[in-house]
Design a protein around this ligand. Structure first.
Ligand code: AGP
Length: 629
């Protein structure tokens, strides 16, 4: 995901910005850039791909142009950015910093501006010339427009009050060379205080080697930094006081954003990850925009007879959730198989069939082989992946990217929810093209998908401690009660079955507790024999047309002494009668509740594994990317 770093002070800024961006590399990115105030110009450099390309561009400028190079080398104010593409392709013009028409205001932006289309139109009518396809550029023009008000902070404040979405940005203005103004709205941004110098960054590692003194910016705040001073303003312009805090993190803790582990950090990043994944595909209006998927244009999508989904592990479970959405919403015949099996089956696919390879890494050997086998048999192949340029993207006819950012924990969390979100979007797009969903239903569900980041945040907030981010409430209670269990059964029906499978996989891979996940209706055909007094049974009992059946299964297991932990909707009070513990999710559409239901189960697995003193980031025997068969 994107990274921001900014500096005002007395030292040469270019090296500090490049070093800061290097520290943010772990977040994942596909292009990068810096802008500095160099005398009477703002000088900018941007490059696609690895940061090394930006370093080389900087070196080339130094070798080529003495005048500019000297001005840049002595510059002491600047901003830098690593971009993870959301709106617009991966190319130099879409890389940040973005600038206004007169090149007097530069900005770096993380997150999404939801109302950028309307703002862009208005600014273009006033003469602004846009040079990128991004939503972020609108901020540069809007701030520049408001500079007529006086100071940069006045301009940023006015711009902030017109912007909708979730974002953090930092603006720099040629006329006020010793100042940066930042904004935080639901995306992270922090201040680093040095001696006669100040940093602004999306994460502490960007400046940790320079200063350990930090000030946190609250949500909806504007921050004005100069070398010696920092001011915090509310959206109404009122001044806020803020303590300076000393960071005692080492570099590794800093990379974990202060969380105990990468897995916990990644669980907490899920709202942002989903927002980045769905934003440019749903805004504006209710139309689902899948224009950037290569050969899969609307004509091709309209002609699909059948879909086959393949993948491994968690990716397979995301595919399974996608199958239910494709069947339910787009009424399209959909099959699914694990890649290690599918690749060796008789390939009965051909033209008219769409085969979807789900793989966050884009490098899983079995999934790649399954995709190739399908391609050779004549099917159109779509990759759903998180990694730009991975092998899956090169082998497929089209690519739908998840935008979860780099995932370091071996257990997939944020990439999973993004894969599911992408499958929901594909199902809605096909429903739209095939006319299988009423417009009012489409409008409601697209609206709920746009609000998914908020729903995800709600679930995380309810299930974790606000200070430490560790599992809390019913999740922590269930973990405390069962962390020594030697077996867990997970049950679900329909799309809830996929949640049960994923919950069980999360628990077994990080806690080494044996788990079984079953279609709840199949339970009485075997697994019921495993139940004893106190056996923990996790039941996905979110709203659905088969919920009554699920409740019957809960009664069956409770009658055998099992301890039922239910995942259920917020307003479902009846469920309390059938479960010892209930992990709640917001009352969204019944097809979306299961995605939210995976989050308390990730946290349950996390809490149990931590209680057992295990390394959740690197579980034994597992690799993040399985490049062997
Ligand atoms: C998930 O927690 C696992 N680490 C594993 O099942 C993983 O999902 C699987 O190996 C597939 O990986 P991929 O998405 O990179 O293809």
């Amino acid at each position: 995901m994107c990274g921001i770093v900014g500096y005002v002070g007395k030292r040469p800024v270019q090296d500090l910005l490049l070093a800061g961006l290097k520290k943010l590399e772990y977040r994942g990115y596909d292009s990068a850039g810096i802008s500095v105030i160099a005398g009477d110009e703002i000088e900018s450099l941007r490059a696609v791909g690895n940061l090394q390309n930006l370093f080389e561009a900087v070196a080339a400028r130094e070798a080529d142009d003495g005048g500019v190079a000297v001005a840049v080398q002595t510059a002491t104010t600047g901003i830098g950015h690593t971009r993870w593409a959301t709106h617009g392709r991966v190319n130099e013009s879409n890389a940040h910093p973005h600038f206004d028409t007169s090149n007097a205001v530069h900005v770096v932006v993380n997150g999404i501006v939801e109302n950028y289309v309307a703002l862009k139109r208005r600014l273009q009518d006033m003469g602004a010339v846009f040079t990128s396809e991004t939503d972020a550029e609108v901020i540069a023009h809007l701030v520049a427009h408001h500079c007529a008000l006086g100071s940069l902070e006045d301009a940023v404040l006015a711009a902030f009050n017109e912007l909708e979405g979730h974002f953090a940005f930092v603006a720099m203005r040629l006329d006020e060379p010793d100042k940066l103004v930042g904004v935080r709205k639901e995306c992270p941004l922090v201040v680093g205080r040095g001696d006669g110098e100040t940093f602004l960054a999306s994460a502490i590692p960007a400046f940790l080697s320079e200063t350990r003194r930090t000030q946190y910016i609250e949500n909806d705040e504007i921050v004005v930094i100069t070398p010696d001073d920092v001011r915090f303003l509310g959206p109404d312009g009122s001044e806020h006081e803020r303590e300076v805090e000393e960071i005692d993190w080492d570099e590794e803790t800093a990379e974990k954003g202060g969380f105990d582990t990468f897995m916990l950090k990644e669980i907490h990043e899920q709202a942002d990850a989903i927002a980045d994944t769905v934003a440019d595909r749903t805004a504006p209006g209710t139309h689902v925009d899948l224009d950037d998927v290569g050969a899969l244009d609307e004509n091709m999508l309209r002609g699909i007879d059948r879909i086959l989904i393949t993948g491994c592990g968690t990716a397979y479970h995301a595919g399974l959730m996608g199958r239910y959405a494709l069947e339910e919403w787009a009424q399209i015949r959909t099959e699914i198989d694990v890649a290690s099996e599918y690749r060796y089956r008789k390939q009965l696919v051909g033209p008219g069939d769409l085969v979807i390879g789900m793989t966050q890494s884009g490098e899983t050997a079995d999934t790649l082989a399954a995709m190739r086998a399908a391609h050779e048999a004549g099917a159109t192949v779509l990759a759903v992946t998180n990694v730009v340029g991975s092998q899956a993207t090169r082998d497929a006819d089209g690519v739908l990217y998840t935008r979860a950012g780099l995932e370091i924990g071996v257990a997939a969390t944020k990439t999973f929810v993004c894969q599911v979100a992408v499958m929901y979007l594909l199902a809605l797009k096909l429903a739209e093209l095939r006319g299988t969903m009423k417009p009012a239903t489409m409008e409601r569900i697209v609206g709920e998908i746009k609000r998914l980041p908020h729903s995800v945040q709600e679930v995380i907030a309810a299930a974790t401690d606000p200070d430490t981010g560790l599992p809390a409430g019913p999740v922590a209670e269930a973990a405390e009660r069962h962390w020594q269990a030697d077996f867990f059964l997970y049950l679900g029906r329909h799309i809830g079955l996929a949640v049960a499978l994923e919950g069980a996989l999360k628990l077994k891979e990080i806690s080494y507790i044996s788990t079984d996940a079953y279609a709840a209706g199949e339970m009485k055909h075997g697994p019921i024999a495993l139940l004893e007094d106190g056996t923990p049974v996790v039941v996905v009992a979110t709203d659905s047309p088969v919920k009554d059946k699920v409740v019957s299964n809960m009664q069956e297991v409770a009658a055998r002494g099992a301890h039922v932990i239910a995942v259920a909707a917020e307003s479902d009070h009846e469920i309390d009668e059938h479960a010892k513990q209930v992990l709640r999710v917001p009352d969204v559409d019944w097809m979306l509740q299961p995605l939210l239901g995976t989050i308390p189960l990730q946290l349950l697995a996390y809490a149990i594994a931590s209680r057992r003193g295990l390394n959740v980031d690197q579980p034994r025997n597992l690799a993040k990317t399985v490049t062997v068969e």
